[in-house]
Structure formats: C-alpha cells, structure tokens
Design a protein around this ligand. Structure first.
Ligand code: NAP
Ligand code: MG
Length: 497
C-alpha cells in the first residue's frame, strides 16, 4: 500500500456534503456605543440620535446622530473654511499624498471594514471582502494618480475645483459609494460633506478614523448621519456648490427640482432595470453564472442589476432549467459566514417593497420559482426568486425591485432584443452574451444604457466611467469623466450640468 492509499483508508467518508459553518470573526471590529457627526476633524455631539441595527439579526449595533439642519450647516461651514483656508491652495502632489494614504489604510484595515460592512448592511462577507473593499481602495489609488495631472486631463481649459460638495449615498454599497464620491472630489481640490444612508452609517463613521490616521486636514471631509431630512438639508444648504446624489429616481427628481435655478452643479446616479441578453450562440453555462451574478449579487440591491433576463427563444428551456438548478446551490444566510452567497435584505422597509412587487407579479400572472431554502427566523430575508411567463407590461418587468428577483422574458431576433431591452424609463446598464464579436458591437451601439457588459456582468473598474441614460440619471463616476463634475473650467462658470 502506498502512503497515499493508507491515508485515504483512514479518512472517514462524510455522510453528507453540507458545508460546515465558516464564520468570520466579529472581534476585528470594535464599535462605540454612540457616534456623533464628524465635523472639522472633531466629533460633534449630536442633538438627536437613532439606533442602527444588523439587518441579519435585528440586533442594535450603535446609536448614531440624526443631523439637524443646524448641524448640517456646521459641517458645510467647516468644509467651506477648509476649502478657502488651505485645501484649494494645497499643491496637487499634496492632495495626492492624502489620497494615497487613505487607499493604503483602507487596504490595511480591509478586514475590519469588510466585517463592519456585512454587519451593518447584511451583504455576504465574501462580497464585502472581495469586491467592496478592494474596489474602494482602488478608487482612492486611481484618483490619487489624477490629482497632479488635471491640466493634462483637461488641456487648455484651466480646471479648477468647484468648492464644497454635498454628497448623498445609498445603503447598498456604503463604503464603495463613499469612495466613488470622495476620491474624485478631493483629487480635484474640493472639500466634502457626506451623508451616508440611514440604515448603513457605520462604515462611513469608521472611515472618519481613516481620515484621522491619514492626517487629512480638518474640515476637508465632514460626515453627517441621519435620514432623508438630513439629506434634504444638505441639498438646501446655500454653502454647498455641488450636489452628488446616488439613490432612487424619485428622490433624484425632487433634488433636481429643488436645485433648479440655483446654479449649483448636480450629478444624479439613480435606479435601473437592466436587461441581461442571452443569444443562442452564447456559452450557456457561463451565461447562467453571469445571470446569477447579475441579479443575486448583493441580494439584488444593485442599481445596475440584470433584473430583466432576455433569452433567445430557441434556448429558453435549457437556460431556465440550468438557472433553476443553479439556484438550488445558492446558500442564503448569515452574512458573516464565508460560505454565504445571499445575505440579508438591508431593511424591513426594503423587504416590504420586494414582497409587494413579488405579489404583484403573481397576481398579474407570472410563474414564480424559489429554490427550497430555510430562511433565518430573525432579521430580513428573501429567497432568490425567478419569474417566468412575464409580459413586458407587468410591474415586475417595469419597476425596479432592488432585491433578489429576476424576471425572464424572451426574444427571437437581435432587433427585438434591442427593442425590449430599451423599453424602460431607465438606462444604467445592460449585458450581452454571444460568441459573435460583431453582434456585441451591433448591440452595444443600440442599447440605451451607460454601461454594456459583454459576456460578463457587474464588473467594475475605477478607470471606467459609470452612469445612466434617461431616468437613471446624468453625470459619470469613475474614469477621467468622473473628475469633470467636480471641476469648473474657463467659460463654464454659468453652466450647471
Ligand atoms: P433613496 O431613498 O433615494 O436614498 C438615497 C440617499 O438619499 C439616502 O442617503 C437617503 O437617506 C437620502 N435621501 C432620502 N430622501 C432625501 C431627500 N428628500 N433629499 C436628500 N436626500 C434624501 O434610495 P435608497 O432607497 O436608499 O436606495 C435605493 C435606490 O438607489 C435604488 O433605486 C437604486 O437603484 C439607487 N441606486 C443607484 C445607484 C447608482 O449608482 N446609479 C447606486 C446605488 C443605488 P435615507 O437613507 O435616510 O433614506
Ligand atoms: Mg430611503
């Protein structure tokens, strides 16, 4: 007997192949009981607070501030002071230095941030660890590189910072959205007041500690927490020169109305209802992985999620069958378990919205499929869901669900695929799966979407601009394009776009 055979002999054969729990340690994060607002490099005692929880267990995590308009004004004043008395005059290399430091510290503390992001937001640790954190650090590295090259990025246009940027972000990628906002703003020489989402304030508050470590001058970045009222106060503040908003289309429209005629610059990154289009020559197994990644990644709380699957009729049956089989292998549960694929829904409010839309799908006549899975009793959960037999007019084909729910439609010709894909008020992203390069180009030219992925989905890179058409908003984040909203140029002082 060889050594290997003997060893094999002694190893017991498992009775079942279920995964053992693989929990990530929570000890790497230490939370304060109560947080204030980070203003002018100091913690400002909040006049009102609320409790932020873990959506996976409903366990309270910390008390955080609900910023009043006066507290928002204090943050804006600190940002103005820092802009006028130092930051706007700092050399470009100096600004880059701080951005590089922030990027490095995020890398060093990535495990701590990943755990906190999963704890407060409900997303699986393998996603916060492998997607959110590396991308957040990459964003700071990328814009650090631009800080001293603005004259080359915008030749002969005399690029200058705008001033104080008010930034409002959603709860689906709290730290990543913070990075998308703060990195280009600082690279371009602006100062910032950032408001994280009500349900996920903690990673932004921990980020304040990164700023302290990086010795960023006080007031360059200020963080105020609170709900929509805090966001509205920031939008209204006269001391703000530019608003960058990521969130729902309804709130985006309200902000645009509020700012009309004020001369403040505005960018909006809003909702989506992306088509993921599978042609009959596509590699079906890879496409099925792309469909799963497109809609079940981050519980479907993704503005560019591939929530409408368009399958060419001739391959409809094998695709749907493989997809359903694949869904039975998705592990739903504890976000801090390293084997979890689908975590908790971010809030009770979001769960109610998903349930309402799913009920409407059943009532309108679509056929629902959910794999057998046991959902935890505490917390907010929704099983991965596929709807077949969906008509374009159904609400589940029209409205953004922002949850792990896929609507499957079919098409026969590329023209029909384009028409159906564009039949939406949104236009953030789209996916095309085909072996033919010429077809990818033909489709990409016709799809009215800011990003078109080919034979992949939900791929992000800081050098690639991201943003919408139509009701998905305007302005781009990422890439050289992402600097533009934070700059003013010769002759453009009166242009607020
Ligand atoms: P939301 O309600 O619009 O919230 C977004 C942010 O705006 C939050 O910080 C929110 O505070 C704040 N806010 C709410 N009302 C406000 C007001 N009247 N004035 C100023 N700020 C206000 O959206 P959500 O439900 O949190 O997020 C989901 C939506 O965001 C989806 O529609 C999704 O598609 C979109 N989204 C888009 C992108 C993108 O890049 N295009 C990325 C992520 C998400 P509260 O947290 O207290 O509500
Ligand atoms: Mg909201």
């Amino acid at each position: 007997m060889t050594e290997l055979e003997r060893k094999h002999d002694r190893t017991p054969v498992p009775k079942e192949w279920a995964y053992a729990p693989a929990p990530e340690s929570r000890d790497v994060v230490s939370l304060d009981e109560r947080y204030g607002h980070y203003v002018g490099g100091q913690w400002l005692e909040p006049s009102e607070t609320y409790t932020t929880i873990s959506p996976a267990s409903e366990e309270p995590l910390a008390e955080v501030g609900q910023a009043t308009p006066e507290e928002v004004e204090a943050a804006v004043a600190a940002a103005r002071d820092a802009f006028e008395n130092g930051w706007s005059g700092a050399s470009a290399a100096e600004r880059a230095k701080y951005l590089f430091r922030i990027a490095r510290i995020l890398q060093e503390r990535s495990r701590e941030f990943a755990v906190l992001e999963s704890l407060n937001g409900g997303k699986p640790i393998k996603e916060s660890r492998d997607v959110d954190l590396p991308l957040a650090a990459a964003h700071f590295f990328y814009y650090a590189g631009w800080a001293d090259k603005l004259e080359y990025a915008f030749p002969n246009r005399r690029p200058r910072p705008v001033g104080v940027a008010g930034q409002i972000i959603p709860w689906n990628f709290p730290l990543l959205m913070l990075s998308w906002k703060i990195a280009p703003a600082l690279a371009a020489g602006n100062t910032v007041v950032l408001k994280p989402a009500e349900t996920t304030p903690l990673s932004a508050l921990l980020f304040a500690d990164v700023l302290r470590q990086a010795e960023l001058p006080p007031g360059v970045v200020n963080i105020v927490t609170g709900d929509g009222r805090t966001g509205a106060a920031l939008v209204k503040s006269e001391g703000v020169d530019k608003i960058a908003f990521t969130g729902s289309t309804d709130v985006g429209k309200a902000i645009q109305r509020e700012l009309a005629g004020t001369g403040k610059k505005l960018t909006l990154e809003l909702g989506g209802k992306a088509a993921n289009i599978i042609f009959d020559d596509a590699a079906i197994d890879q496409a099925v992985e792309g469909i799963v990644n497109g809609i079940y990644f981050n519980q479907g709380h993704v503005c560019c999620a591939g929530s409408r699957l368009l399958v060419q009729e001739s391959i409809y049956e094998p695709v749907v069958e493989k997809l359903k089989r694949r869904l039975t292998t998705l592990r739903v549960g504890d976000p801090l378990d390293k084997n979890t694929d689908v975590g908790a829904i971010n809030s009770e409010q979001q769960l109610d919205k998903i349930r309402e839309l799913v009920e409407s799908g059943e009532q309108e006549g679509a056929e629902i499929y959910q794999p057998p899975c046991r959902l935890p009793e505490k917390g907010y959960w929704f099983a991965p869901t596929v709807f077949t037999n969906v008509a374009q007019s159904y609400r589940i084909a029209q409205e953004e669900i922002f949850g792990p729910v896929l609507s499957v439609l079919t098409f026969r010709t590329p023209e029909e695929a384009v028409e159906k894909a564009n039949n939406t008020p949104y236009g953030l992203s789209a996916g095309v799966w085909t072996e033919k390069g010429s077809r990818i180009l033909w489709m990409a030219q016709r799809l009215r979407a800011g990003v078109v992925w080919a034979n992949t989905f939900n791929r992000f890179d800081p050098s690639s601009p991201f943003g919408g058409y139509k009701e998905s908003g305007f302005g781009r984040e990422g890439g050289r394009h992402g600097l533009e909203p934070y700059m003013q140029f010769d002759g453009s002082e009166h242009f607020s776009g």
